[in-house]
Design a protein around this ligand. Structure first.
Ligand code: BG6
Length: 521
């Protein structure tokens, strides 16, 4: 499918105001996230003209480093990760000039007054004001102390001051409902909600944003997205990789439910299921997403075990390579009961979706890396046509296949609609075809999620971030499941690395006369 009009030259900067200049301060700058995601995103923002030439980027962490060694370290880590794949020495020279490093024990208050002075001197030297973004790329136990210390050092401006401070919090934001509420309450004493940006990087992905435009910018699909036409919906966030280096400590306390389902998967669910907002603004969008989360419940009667399945990967083969089991990974105890996979059947108790099951799944070490939302429509009421389909020597007469609308989020972004046509010939034989919209038809490179989200913070727009009541509602849904697992000492069902998950997850759908998709990549 090709575009009907060229949008290549339409850049966001031409239709939305350019962001103000601000210092970007990364707490926890020695971590993986800074080198892998944040710095490439900041580089691309600068390269695209969204980040001013003056804006300093200050890495803050406990280790001793000089500005020069920090720049060198970032360069080494970033090589090959730039969106366009190449960076000239001149570009790097011009970009890296604004990189600074400040050694600080983030947990201790003593260093903050000195840090403030250093920061002001950098801002003076760069000729910028004191607008600041603080990106909390630290472990979550440092969130509150860091903000308290910023407050004591007089680094949190009031509403009526000309300069602003916006703080971005990486997930996990809380470990369960109670800890997330405590964190929110404590932060609220120090920061206003409009200063808090809780990041969920899925909301920065291009196809994820396109879901809203596709649904509410077209008139032909939206009337079909309800209980009258939709049979069921499947949301998959599958990864083929296992634990990344150094993540074992975090992940074993988190698991797939907290790490991905509570945030990325539920956000996808909200976007595909929400009602149209009255206006396309942050508040209205958050309100509609919140309504979805509040009406969410288990998809089968009876206890949680009837609609939730947890799994843990064993050894296996992924992409032709041998893969070790979860409990053999670095820093994972042999008797770990952490879920590396979770699947569930849920329902949304509202007028639109009554009776439509939503099947959600996410896991590590699965067959392929693929994230998608697949909407399966009901079959036509009468099966007037059929065709002969053969698999080897086995042939059977099959009728129409259900129409499917699939939003592929990764690895290659696309939207596909499958429907039936007539097979050419003298008989009325049915033939399934797919209509594709592939993002490759746009020639401009897609912005990375972090690039988009950092730009929104610079602009002061929190539409693509989690509001505190949304987060609360997501935890309210997920926490009883976590409590049930821990009280019942649930042992996740093993599944081989490189498979599509445990057998019990297949049964969840088989019992409904359905099956999971095996997405091809
Ligand atoms: C992160 C999780 O939020 O999302 C990781 O902490 C996971 O465990 C990652 O690998 C998946 O993101 P993406 O963009 O690669 O699908």
């Amino acid at each position: 499918m090709s575009e009907s009009t060229s949008t290549d030259s339409t850049r966001a900067s031409e239709i939305r105001p350019r962001p103000e200049t601000a210092s970007v301060i990364i707490f926890g700058a020695s971590g993986d996230l800074t080198a892998r995601k944040l710095m490439p995103a900041l580089f691309d923002l600068w390269n695209d003209g969204y980040l001013s030439d003056q804006a300093p980027i200050i890495g803050v962490a406990r280790r001793e480093k000089t500005d020069e060694s920090f720049r060198q370290e970032i360069f080494e880590a970033m090589k090959g990760q730039f969106r366009d794949g190449v960076i000239s020495p001149d570009q790097w020279e011009r970009f890296s000039r604004r990189l600074f490093y400040r050694q600080l024990d983030i947990a201790m208050p003593d260093g903050y007054p000195g840090f403030k002075q250093q920061l002001e001197s950098i801002e003076h030297q760069q000729g910028t004001g004191h607008n600041r973004i603080v990106y909390m790329a630290t472990s979550p136990d440092l969130f509150l102390p860091a903000i308290e210390h910023l407050g004591f050092a007089n680094m949190i401006p009031d509403h009526d001051e000309p300069q602003w401070l916006r703080v971005v919090f990486e997930k996990p934001f809380g470990h369960d409902l109670q800890s997330s509420r405590e964190l929110s309450d404590n932060l609220r004493r120090l920061l206003r909600e409009d200063q808090i940006y809780r990041i969920d990087h899925y909301l920065g992905k291009e196809t994820v944003q396109n879901i809203l435009l596709f649904r509410f910018g077209n008139s032909i699909f939206e009337p079909l997205l309800n209980r009258n036409h939709v049979d069921h919906v499947q949301i998959t966030v599958a990864e083929s990789q296992g634990l990344e280096r150094g993540r074992g400590g975090y992940y074993d306390h988190s698991g797939a439910m907290r790490d991905v389902l509570q945030n990325h998967v539920l956000q996808l669910l909200c976007l595909i299921a929400m009602e149209p907002p009255a206006l396309f603004n942050s508040n209205d969008l958050h309100e509609e997403k919140l309504k979805v989360l509040k009406t969410l419940s288990g998809g089968n009667p009876g206890g949680i075990a009837n609609w939730v399945v947890s799994g843990q990967y064993g050894a296996g083969t992924v992409d032709g390579n041998p893969a070790i089991s979860y409990v053999s990974e670095d820093r994972i105890p042999q008797d770990s009961r952490t879920d590396t996979y979770v699947a569930m059947k849920v329902k949304i108790n509202n007028w639109r979706w009554e009776g439509v099951p939503f099947y959600l799944r996410t896991g590590k070490r699965m067959k392929s890396r693929v994230s998608e939302i697949a909407i399966q429509f009901k079959l036509p009421p009468l099966n007037l046509f059929n065709t002969v389909e053969c698999d080897g020597n086995m042939c059977e007469l099959v009728g129409a296949r259900p129409n499917k609308l699939v939003f592929r989020i990764q690895p290659s972004e696309s939207i596909k609609l499958s429907f039936s046509t007539k097979r050419p010939g003298m008989q009325y034989q049915i033939h399934p075809v797919t209509m594709d919209f592939d993002y490759k038809t746009f020639t401009q490179p897609l912005p990375e999620a972090y690039e988009r989200l950092l730009l929104e913070v610079l602009r002061g727009d929190s539409t693509l971030f989690m509001r505190s009541d949304e987060l609360d509602a997501a935890w309210q849904f997920v926490t009883p499941i976590l409590d049930f697992w821990s009280q019942s000492e649930t042992v996740p069902e093993p599944y081989p690395s490189g498979s599509w998950g445990p057998v019990a997850a297949d049964d969840l759908l088989r019992n409904d006369g359905r099956s999971w998709r095996s997405p091809t990549v």
